[in-house]
Design a protein around this ligand. Structure first.
Ligand SMILES: [Ca+2]
Length: 442
């Protein structure tokens, strides 16, 4: 094992929005007609560790972000029980991340880290909630779940681009504005003596389906950002490519400032892919607890510590990275809010993979899932399934009738876990945005 780094590392945690398992070149994604979709992210995989069984805490936006911020199962907080939090929550004093709750940025900041969120928040609005109230010193981005890339407005028409807690007018394509701000932050921060956390939460490649050259679409998607009448695989890939270009600039800036070596950079997605995504060979996508909804790209890059060019089948959830970053910074969690996340730091240092049970739940379609080792218990619409994921990641060979004992044990395991979480209240919402009348369903 390499010796531990003498200085506390920096963290750049990059989240793509609705990016699927096979959308990137380094996950066997197909190239676009313009060439490789994700050359800079692919280079991070070559220089770092690529996870083949990395999972999001939820198959939808805001619940995963609750888990990332708290390092705990999101089902412990009421706001995370909406799937996802919609823009109707704007005035809510309940639906958001409570400022009193310890977070990744608040714990790091208390330990002397500089902290910034550049990009999407989606964890509630001021005056009750905001990134600045949850540990970030700086915030630039939208607070809602989705905005138009050019007008920066939500479906309900609210302008939703903020600098701190102030409305912020800016011209430009949101992916580029986010990349510009990230580079600007690094230039102001990376040479300082204090280490930093930069949370870089792109909205790409989330709908509406707009590339940098599609400003003319802004007006027509104004009242329906779900954009059910538009988009294409070509547009989708270009949106990923725009984000990839920004990530390339971020990496280049870190390198130029001499900060790349001791920065743990993680790239991942908040949930599985949406309608134009490629989740092959997995079934399902966003909102589903089948693998396509929760297994996501995940790359860790840290030249000082991680051996380059390897992949790992270590099971890990989004919240495990919260635990990992705190561990790498030498910061302990608040004893009143112990982490559910498990630190992967020993693995990053070259240690062996370990078993790590993972639990999920969705109000939508009454879904449950538990992955333990090679086995997965899944319930959808009242039907119980059992899959050997190592043999059948596509979840087409249902082993439940052949292994009733294993199924029963895993169901009991899930039920015990669920009792330790908040129950789903009657007023919890499920927001789908479109359905069978808009396009044939899978
Ligand atoms: Ca998302």
């Amino acid at each position: 094992m390499p010796a531990p780094s003498p200085q506390r590392p920096n963290f750049v945690f990059i989240v793509a929005d609705d990016l699927g398992y096979a959308d990137l070149g380094c996950y066997d994604g197909r190239p676009a007609e313009f060439g490789p979709v994700s050359p800079h992210i692919d280079a991070l995989a070559e220089g770092g560790l690529r996870f083949t069984e990395g999972y999001s805490n939820a198959p939808v936006c805001s619940p995963t972000r609750f888990a990332l911020m708290t390092g705990r199962y999101q089902y412990r907080l009421r706001g995370a029980l909406d799937e996802p939090m919609s823009s109707r929550t704007r005035d809510s004093a309940v639906l958001g991340l409570p400022p009193s709750h310890p977070t990744l940025p608040s714990l790091l900041r208390a330990a002397g880290y500089r902290t910034a969120l550049v990009g999407k928040w989606h964890l509630g609005y001021p005056p009750h909630f905001s990134p600045l109230r949850s540990g970030y010193e700086e915030f630039f981005g939208p607070m809602s779940g989705g905005v138009d890339y050019f007008s920066h407005r939500t479906t309900s028409g609210h302008h939703d681009l903020w600098l701190g807690e102030q409305d912020h007018a800016a011209d430009g394509y949101l992916t580029d504005l986010i990349s510009d701000r990230a580079v600007d932050y690094l230039e102001r921060t990376a040479r300082a003596s204090a280490p930093f956390l930069l949370s870089l939460h792109y909205t790409a490649p989330h709908w509406p389906w707009e590339t940098r050259d599609d400003a003319h679409l802004s007006e027509e998607v104004r009242s329906n950002l779900f954009h059910v009448h538009g988009g294409s695989i070509q547009t989708y890939r270009r949106m990923i490519h725009h984000m990839d270009e920004g990530i390339g600039r971020v990496v280049q800036t870190l390198r130029r400032l001499g900060a790349l070596e001791n920065t743990l950079l993680v790239f991942t997605s908040d949930n599985g892919g949406e309608r134009y995504s490629d989740n092959w060979p997995l079934v399902g996508g966003k909102m589903d607890l089948t693998e396509g909804g929760i297994r996501v790209p995940r790359i860790a890059h840290w030249p000082a510590v991680i051996q380059p060019g390897k992949s790992s089948a270590q099971h890990c959830l989004t919240m495990d990275w919260t635990a990992t970053m705190l561990d790498a910074a030498g910061v302990t969690a608040d004893p009143e809010h112990p982490l559910d996340g498990v630190s992967l730091l020993p693995l990053l240092h070259g240690g062996p993979a370990f078993e790590r049970a993972m639990y999920w739940r969705m109000n939508h379609r009454g879904q449950r899932a538990l992955r333990r080792g090679r086995w997965k218990y899944l319930q959808v619409d009242g039907h119980d399934y059992l899959f050997d994921i190592d043999a059948d990641a596509r979840e087409r060979a249902n082993r439940a009738p052949r292994e009733p004992g294993r199924l029963a044990a895993m169901r009991e395991d899930w039920l015990r876990w669920n009792e330790s979480m908040l129950p789903i209240p009657p007023d919890a919402t499920v927001s789908l945005g479109y359905g069978a009348k808009d396009m044939p369903q899978r």
